[in-house]
Ligand binder design. Structure first.
Ligand SMILES: NC(=O)c1ccc[n+]([C@@H]2O[C@H](COP(=O)([O-])OP(=O)(O)OC[C@H]3O[C@@H](n4cnc5c(N)ncnc54)[C@H](O)[C@@H]3O)[C@@H](O)[C@H]2O)c1
Length: 263
């Protein structure tokens, strides 16, 4: 028996990174998964790798309400119901100071990271009500708790995800739908390893990690295991809550003179 046996899930942004790790882990734990992305070649490759019977890939832009409705219908028609939504898709804009950020860029980010999460919940919740329950996992960030220079739109969107999570939890708790947010710190995915970080060098990144309790970058599989817990019945009394997975980043800054070394 897998930890998600008998469950049906939708995961957005599942073609790579944390979303891909969640698709793979959820299938391994017995779920049927409908996942979407705008990177169709990568998405189809993941679907093919998983055999197509347990995981179905669909082109899905989280800004498009009609595409969300199609995803929800696909889950119900193909697998009979919808138990789980993981709002994972997101983009990063990094390095632009507030006065330099164009309205166009700000709106482009918010339309994916914030409006996309709203549309996911808005379209999945009716199916969960028909199912008499469900679990929603919204992907925020450590930027949902604290600012970071050069991320005005991203930070705004991740604070919004945290707030929307609490509102939805309050609205649907009695109906058996739990809604929680996850808050990753630095995770090794294309988002943080590619061009998204602009001019931030590898040395600059390493310096950020050196100052946290666990001085390393996180792995997408570690985030997927947290999402699995929140999607499963194991978290049956958790809703409206924030689950941080950041190697201690938000705990504070390490004092190198008061830090135990490995023995
Ligand atoms: N990597 C990190 O350090 C980190 C830290 C905190 C939070 N997060 C959040 O985790 C989530 C996953 O990010 P990741 O690190 O795996 O990055 P990633 O770039 O590897 O994956 C994001 C996925 O979202 C997809 N996507 C982008 N725009 C989309 C759209 N309009 N519609 C559908 N899909 C779209 C991308 O194509 C990609 O497959 C994001 O919400 C991100 O903000 C990441």
């Amino acid at each position: 028996m897998g930890r998600l046996s008998g469950k049906v899930a939708i995961i957005s942004g599942g073609a790579r990174g944390q979303g891909e790790a969640e698709v793979r882990l959820f299938v391994a734990e017995g779920a049927k998964v409908v996942f979407g992305d705008v990177l169709d070649d990568l998405g189809h490759a993941v679907e093919k790798d998983l055999g197509g019977e347990h995981a179905v890939y669909m082109h899905h832009d989280v800004r498009d309400e009609g595409a969300w409705l199609t995803m929800v219908s696909a889950a119900e028609n193909r697998f009979g119901k919808l138990d789980i939504l993981v709002n994972n898709a997101g983009i990063l804009q990094f390095g632009t100071m507030t006065h330099e950020t164009t309205l166009e860029d700000y709106m482009a980010l918010v339309s994916i990271n914030q409006v996309g999460v709203f549309l996911g919940m808005k379209t999945a919740i009716p199916a969960m009500l028909r199912n008499k329950g469900g679990a929603i996992v919204n992907t925020s960030s450590t930027n949902g708790f604290a600012g970071y220079g050069g991320t005005i739109a991203y930070t705004a969107s991740k604070f919004a995800v945290r707030g929307m999570t609490k509102t939805a939890a309050l609205e649907y708790g009695k109906a058996g739908i739990r809604v929680n947010s996850i808050h990753p710190g630095g995770i090794a995915t294309p988002m943080t390893q590619g061009a998204d970080l602009g001019e931030m060098s590898k040395e600059d990144q390493d310096a950020v990690y050196a100052g946290i309790a666990m001085p390393r970058v996180g792995q997408p599989e570690e985030v997927a295991r947290l999402a699995l817990f929140l999607a499963s019945d194991e978290s049956s009394y958790s809703t409206g809550s924030e689950f941080t997975i950041d190697g201690g980043m938000l705990a504070g800054t390490v004092n190198p003179y008061a830090q135990a070394q490995p023995s």
